[in-house]
Structures are given as structure tokens and as C-alpha cells.
Design a protein around this ligand. Sequence first.
Ligand SMILES: O=P(O)(O)OC[C@@H](O)[C@@H](O)c1c[nH]c2ccccc12
Length: 259
Amino acid sequence: MNILDKIIEQKKHEVSEAKKKISLTQLKDAALFNRKTFSLKESVKSGCGIIAEFKRQSPSKGIINDKAEVLEVAKSYQKFGASGISILTDSEFFGGKLEDILKVRSEISIPILRKDFMIDEYQFYEAKVNGADVILLIASCLSPNQVQEFTQLSHELGLEVLLEIHTEDELNHCNKNIDLVGINNRNLKDFKVDLQHSVNLKNLLPKEVLAVAESGIFSVEDFKFLKEKGFDGFLMGEYFMRNENPGIAFEEFIKDVRN
Ligand SMILES: O=P(O)(O)OC[C@@H](O)[C@@H](O)c1c[nH]c2ccccc12
């Protein structure tokens, strides 16, 4: 079993436990269910395109930063001009939680991406009532049909969808309702990073698709290379989170990009 299979097994278990604690009806009654959401599509188009991530740990890197405080980091990401914030909510493998989103929601006004492994409708309601605006769908964990259904549900809830792909085969998961297509530079099965692989895949997408380069962006050169190749968005986590103060790392990076 590869790591992705393990994560999905665990996720199925977690979702069934969560449903026992809070029913779907209860979720729909939550105060935040009817809130207005922020558009990542719009903010990526109008800003620097960087979606800065809050990630404490990962299966490939172990602990990255277990001291940083999510609210403080999110506020700095917004202050220095991030187009959006990605918050890992998987606890078992990434040390995150849904409450991390809830904690920052009322304090910031840029889109928040719920970064998790979405396999069940229930999780979309959870995302909405905890303050997310955008949902990550990972093609390698879903069928094209599920992608379509989850996209429709997301839109009904006022949420946008970032569909993550990594291989040419996964292009058949794309449909015209997807808001943004993310190309993961990292292969989730063996963790190898290859920027050129992403560029090649991007060239197979229609020009009008908003494309986000994800993972393994570790320098201004990486960023500029991907921007030149036509990417609109850039999902970056570890580079900022490695720093004791991820907000400052983001501020410095943005300054260097603009120079
Ligand atoms: O920390 P990095 O290399 O900058 O990567 C960020 C983000 O792309 C990565 O966390 C990620 C991309 N797709 C995922 C799917 C699940 C969990 C995590 C991810």
C-alpha cells in the first residue's frame, strides 16, 4: 500500500467517525453555513498568485514547524499580499485540523483553501461551516465522475474547486466547471519533484484554464521559471513554514520577486 492509499483508508474511517459526532443536518444549521465566500479565481488573477500554505508536518518531510501559530501566520500572509491561504486540515499525516480554518476565518478577508483528502460529501459541508472558500480535489484519489459531482456540490455551497493533477492520464478528470487546475510538481506516490514535468503537462491544458503550480517551489528562480511558462498561481508551503516565522519568510520572498 502506498502512502496515498494509507491516507485514504484513514480518511474513510475519520469521516465515518465525524458523522457519528455531528450529523449533516447539524452541520447545515451551523452559523457559518450561509456565509458569503471569497473567490480564489479572482484573487489569483488580480494579485501575485501565491497561495501560501500553513503546514506543520508532512509524510515526506516529518515535522516542518510545530511552533508557528496559525492565526499569526495567516495574518502575515494576508498583510504581505498572498492571493490565498492554504490550510492543511488532515491531522493524522499533516498535523492540521479544521479548527485552524475556523480560527482565522473571521480575522482575514482573503480566500482560504481547505487542503485535505476529500472523499465524501460530508467533508464539503464541514469545509463550508468552518470557513473555507476553496476545496482541493485530488484527481489520483477520485474518479472523473466524483470530480464532477463534488464540483457541483462545491458550487451549490458557494465554494470553488482547485483540481490537482499530476499525470497526463488525469487530464480526463478536468471538466469545464473546475475553477482552477493545480499541477503538482511533487509525485504523491514517491515524493519526487519535477518542475519541467509540470510545464509539459500545463502545455496540454487549454490556454484559458487558470493553472496553479503546486509544491517544491524553493526559490525566486523556481517561481519566475513557472510564471514565465504561463502559470497563474503558485502554491507554496515548506519554503515559508521552514522558517521560525513563516510570515516574515513570505514577506522576504515577495520582496525578492518584485525586485
Ligand atoms: O510544501 P511545498 O512543497 O511548497 O508544497 C505545498 C503544497 O503544494 C503541498 O503541501 C501539497 C500539494 N498537494 C497536496 C495534497 C495533499 C497534501 C499536501 C499537498
